[in-house]
Ligand binder design. Structure first.
Ligand SMILES: Cc1cc2nc3c(=O)[nH]c(=O)nc-3n(C[C@H](O)[C@H](O)[C@H](O)COP(=O)(O)OP(=O)(O)OC[C@H]3O[C@@H](n4cnc5c(N)ncnc54)[C@H](O)[C@@H]3O)c2cc1C
Length: 392
């Protein structure tokens, strides 16, 4: 089969690895507009479950990815200068560039043709010369845009602003830090992804963003301002920019997932808010799901129809949980009067995927401390107030 892939991100690279592994006779080419060492952003997160899927799909890349990982089991919630630790959450972080290098190397070993610095604009021409064209070209997908009458995308920009930085301050665990500053409310999502660097994403609502006058600030002004806001959390470490810009999260869905021999994958197909840390995970698991459909049938229309049938409900469930989480952060301002323990509890249960009992299994000491605080406050009043303030 001749297979062309637009986009050398996690989705495109991993799909190429899996297809070439399944059948070395496949003729696979990836077109990537950037160079092999260019990347945006810092680190990405995987859960323990994702790692098990990666091991089953390709042991060689799994081994390299896990040996480059920073792993932890705690979510830390920092609020009112107090840090609450919730254990029993298995996560790992890896630098995005490191992940891409591992997948690029694996592609090369297997004989996938990698064409860097090659931007594709004539999609029709490419599609007419191959059996399968993969649109793995990211959140602003040209492939999706070109065939939008067929894919029928639903694009929704969420109201919060966020900006993706790095820092040499090491956050050992998935750390959510809340800071109130000059009438604004800021949340930072941070985690260590190698021995010397953490991802540090700052998110705020529109009111905070406008009130802080970020529109008029340079990159340096913005970092200095945020370093002040998170001064106690960053220690002496500064925020590191990688062409970092404030953006609104774009929720992407598509009514149809393929058109003729063209299929979308990864962020081009769907997004899930970064607060549940699953964009790269979904991209890699898409690649696994699609390659499994080709294991079952080499017939392109049949395999693509099967991919949409089996994968769409899984993605819908994730997107629903991610939206709950996204909305929670859009309303973070209204939770700032909670105590650190209450806030940590509400955050852990925000997406509806973790309930009180599963939280108790993960970290009984945390749930006991939370319940003890409630009973001190007068359990009936405290519980109902906290629950009323939980997102619906
Ligand atoms: C602030 C922020 C934080 C995030 N945090 C996490 C996290 O913690 N964990 C996580 O798992 N994910 C996270 N993500 C999401 C993650 O970065 C993406 O979901 C993931 O990279 C999707 O992979 P992809 O291969 O579909 O797309 P991408 O990684 O975007 O790759 C698409 C590639 O296509 C190339 N391309 C585009 N158009 C063309 C063209 N016409 N011709 C040639 N090449 C083209 C691009 O250069 C790019 O390399 C975060 C994202 C953001 C913005």
């Amino acid at each position: 089969m001749k297979l062309d892939i637009i986009g050398g991100g996690p989705a495109g690279l991993y799909f190429a690895v899996l297809m070439k592994r399944a059948d070395p006779a496949h003729d696979i080419t990836i077109y990537e507009r950037n160079g092999p060492d260019d990347t945006f952003g810092w680190g990405v997160v995987f859960s323990g479950k994702t790692l098990a899927h990666l091991r089953a799909a390709d042991e060689a890349s799994h081994q390299r990815i896990t040996s480059a990982f920073a792993a932890w089991d705690n979510v830390d919630v920092a609020h009112h200068d107090q840090k609450i630790t919730v254990r029993g959450n298995s996560f790992s972080g890896i630098g995005r560039l490191q992940l891409l290098k591992i997948l690029q190397q694996r592609c090369t070993e297997l004989g996938v043709q990698l064409n860097f610095k090659t931007e594709i604009s004539d999609i029709d021409q490419l599609a007419s010369k191959c059996d399968l064209l993969l649109g793995a070209d990211g959140v602003n997908s040209t492939v999706r845009e070109k065939y939008k009458q067929h894919f029928q995308p639903l694009l929704e920009a969420r109201p919060n602003k966020y900006i993706w930085y790095g820092t040499h301050q090491l956050f050992h665990g998935l750390t959510l830090t809340f800071r109130e500053h000059e009438g604004g409310v800021f949340a930072a999502h941070s985690y260590k992804f190698n021995e010397s660097t953490s991802t540090f994403i700052v998110e705020c609502d529109q009111q905070t963003w406008t009130g802080s006058d970020f529109a008029k600030m340079t990159d340096l002004d913005t970092r200095e301002f945020l370093q002040q806001v998170f001064g106690k959390d960053l220690g002496d470490n500064s925020l590191l920019s990688n062409n970092s810009k404030w953006i609104n999260f774009l929720n992407v869905k598509n009514e149809h997932w393929y058109y003729n021999n063209i299929v979308l994958l990864g962020d081009a197909l769907h997004t899930a808010h970064f607060s549940i840390g699953s964009g790269t995970k979904l991209a890699l698991e898409d690649a696994i799901a699609l390659s499994q459909c080709f294991d079952r049938s080499a017939d392109v229309p049949l395999a693509l129809a099967e991919f949409e049938r089996v994968r769409k409900p899984v993605i819908a469930e994730y997107q629903a949980a991610a939206l709950e989480s996204c909305i929670w952060f859009e309303n973070a301002r209204q939770y700032m009067n909670l105590s650190p323990l209450e806030l940590a509890y509400v955050i852990m249960t925000r997406s509806g995927r973790v309930d009180a009992e599963s939280l108790r299994r993960r970290d009984p000491a945390f749930v006991a401390a939370y319940e003890q605080e409630l009973s001190h406050k007068g359990s009936a009043v405290g519980r109902s107030e906290t629950e009323q303030r939980r997102p619906g």
